[in-house]
Design a protein around this ligand. Structure first.
Ligand SMILES: NC(=O)C1=CN([C@@H]2O[C@H](COP(=O)(O)OP(=O)(O)OC[C@H]3O[C@@H](n4cnc5c(N)ncnc54)[C@H](O)[C@@H]3O)[C@@H](O)[C@H]2O)C=CC1
Ligand SMILES: O=C(O)C1=N[C@H](C(=O)O)C[C@H](O)C1
Length: 247
């Protein structure tokens, strides 16, 4: 398959290596130094584009891919406030897009179990409070992480004692928070690839559920698998539809 890479940083480079290993061809690479080369004409050389750039550049890249009618996998986080408009634009143009805050199989298993756990814990909401932590490298531009937002929204869908999530910089004192707010404590430390934890705490015990990425390989392989899955399809998809775990 012919791939375009939009964003050629830590993720773009790892995706390139995995894509070549799976016998794909890279026909276009765009980063901040040649962003003006992202044209409809250039994009149409690719079967699928994979976007891992920045929260400030992702929307323009998405719109150009939709205009070109080139299926797009979006891994960039920090833009989900615009999700509905992007979905409408994609469907109106009969294009194809898959987005995901996290493409690794491990985190997608975590997403599923997190939902089941939240549903179970909802029966014990009088005894347990729930909170979250996420830890990432110091270069990360968005907070909380996109993965933490997905986990939080899945908890809110099941655990009725919480009605909204609130991001708390880990340096800030967690005081005067509303009891119905789900706290996400965000830490930025060294080169940590990505750690997410959900904690249920009661007077008598503590249940911790945690995912620790050892590197970026899992994210990158998932993005290439998503491109393979998306080729030839039209529509607006989430990575959860690709993994589609049935229990
Ligand atoms: N969904 C997932 O599984 C994962 C998502 N991410 C997200 O992916 C994004 C990128 O992560 P990294 O590669 O670690 O960041 P990075 O900072 O290493 O790379 C970003 C790249 O975007 C490029 N860029 C800047 N302007 C651009 C433009 N107009 N068009 C195309 N590229 C442009 C920069 O030159 C840079 O090479 C972040 O939002 C991060 O949160 C990261 C890992 C996994
Ligand atoms: O910026 C990162 O590095 C990561 N970003 C994604 C996110 O915001 O959830 C996925 C992963 O945690 C790494």
């Amino acid at each position: 398959m012919k791939l375009a890479l939009l964003g050629y940083g830590k993720m773009g480079k790892m995706i390139e290596a995995i894509a070549l290993d799976r016998n794909h061809e890279i026909v276009l690479i765009i980063d901040q130094h040649n962003a003006d080369e992202l044209t409809v004409e250039n994009l149409r050389k690719a079967d699928v584009a994979i976007e891992f750039s920045t929260p400030n550049t992702v929307l323009n890249n998405i719109e150009t891919c939709i205009k070109a009618g080139v299926p797009l996998v979006v891994g960039t986080t920090g833009w989900y406030g615009h999700l509905q408009k992007v979905k409408d634009d994609c469907i109106t143009a009969n294009s194809a897009l898959m987005y995901g805050s996290n493409f690794s199989v491990g985190v997608n298993i975590f997403f599923k179990v997190n939902q089941l756990l939240a549903k179970m814990m909802n029966n014990f909401a009088d005894q347990y409070d729930v909170a979250m932590e996420e830890i990432h490298h110091v270069h990360k531009l968005d907070s909380p992480s996109g993965t933490a937002i997905t986990i939080a929204e899945d908890i809110l869908g099941e655990f009725k004692a919480k009605t909204e999530w609130v991001d708390v910089n880990a340096d800030a004192a967690v005081t005067n928070q509303k009891p119905d707010a789900l706290i996400i404590a965000s830490y930025r430390e060294g080169e940590v690839p990505g750690t997410h934890a959900v904690i249920y705490d009661s007077d008598v015990d503590r249940i911790e559920f945690k995912h620790v990425a050892h590197g970026r390989q899992g994210f990158a392989l998932g993005a290439v698998l998503a491109a393979e899955w998306l080729k030839g399809k039209t529509g607006f998809f989430s990575v959860k539809e690709m993994y589609n775990f049935n229990l």
